[in-house]
Design a protein around this ligand. Sequence first.
Ligand code: C5P
Length: 479
Amino acid sequence: MASLTIRKLDDAVKTYLRLRSAKNRRSVEEEVRVILRELIEGREEPLTPFSAPPAQSTAPTPQRTGAAPEASVTLIIGGGIAAYKSLDLIRRLKERRVEVRCVLTKAAQQFVTPLAVSALSHERVYTDLFDPQSEFDAGHIRLARGCDLIVVAPATADLMAKMANGHADDLASAILLATNRKILLAPAMNPLMWNNAATRRNLAQLQRDGVVLVGPNSGEMAEAGEAGVGRMSEAIEIANAAERLLRPPVPKPLAGKRVLITAGPTHEPIDPVRYIANRSSGKQGFAIAAAAQAAGAEVILVSGPVDLDDPAGVTVKHVESARQMLEQVQAALPADIAIFAAAVADWRVANEGEQKLKKTSAGMPPLQLVENPDILATISKLTDKRPPLVIGFAAETEHLIDNAKTKLARKGCDWIVANDVSPATGVMGGDRNTVHLLSRKGGEIAVDSWPVMTKEQVAIELVAHIARSVTDKSREPAS
Ligand code: C5P
């Protein structure tokens, strides 16, 4: 196979390669390999004449989802009969969109071949500490830190002893000593070795050092007639344990809570083609809906006309006018939390034309306005189905806090999120918001001013406050 001399490339190409490889935490040589592979895999024509030789192994072929990996693991394969399960582990990790770079100890190579491991991982396999190809740029440091997690499977008694005592006389132990990433060990050894006082001491030390364990399981040993604790966990168990460390479950503080949200403007018809509207984009309300959904809540979003995609996992009721919005809000009750972020038109046209109004010589048609129902006030003042926490918004162009305090009292809600929407702030239709959270505290109104944030950050912060409040019994009920 021809080799490529990086030095002979154009400067621009070299710079690109250096930047790309640094960004991806790979050596330049590896980055070139990845680029070539991407190029070949992206081709329309079949790969057959150029594909890698089939591995001399009966191991299952990994699933190629084509999706970019989301995490990376350095997998250290120790020398034990269980090493064959590591071939399946590579496949299981790749199925979970984890990039796997493998290191084989000397003993591991007695059980699995670098060729099989490389064919499954689609990466080169690392075996030597003093490998000129990878050590010219401190390859063991890259393998130790250029990943999100280190998995050792099988973790033999010898590897555990080396780790517990800080040895670094081969590539595997040097990586384990040089890493600042979490380490997951899947021990595999004979039950007598597992129960040996030395292994127990090493294990206790490793656990104190923060190493995470999966297994070992109990069962039959490879040695005829032997059974006990020491069998390496199955590949799927190790992959699941790795996934829990790579993607820890997101806390769901609003699980079991029903959250009702209004968002966007309303359109109040003048005639079948014209309406009164405002500049609300709906972004803040939609961001709150997404954040509440991510926090585990069941979310019903009642939205006026907006140019936004429905947030995933949220029930969205699309409406036009204030009266339709009120109808949908009432239909969605009961709820644990109601957040009224919509910019509801205060007035609608009383004499809405059934046909399109015509220009006449008699002058402009008189538009009579009547007040719209105040959805926030209506729901806040309910006696039976009032949600325990009702939050309103106050979009003001002057005297922000004073007006918001008055609104809190007048509307009867529990909290008000006040924001300055004067044109200079760019809040209306923009992506950022500066808000103040007003809440009732022992007969007083507390004002919590937040720094300027994106509307998504405001939503996350508000949901975090809500989550704390629903678990905090000290929250005073609305007066
Ligand atoms: O009175 P103002 O429109 O400033 O009050 C703003 C708050 O009241 C917002 O939470 C808004 O969603 C809500 N509101 C409402 N129904 C209206 C007017 C305002 O729910 N008709």
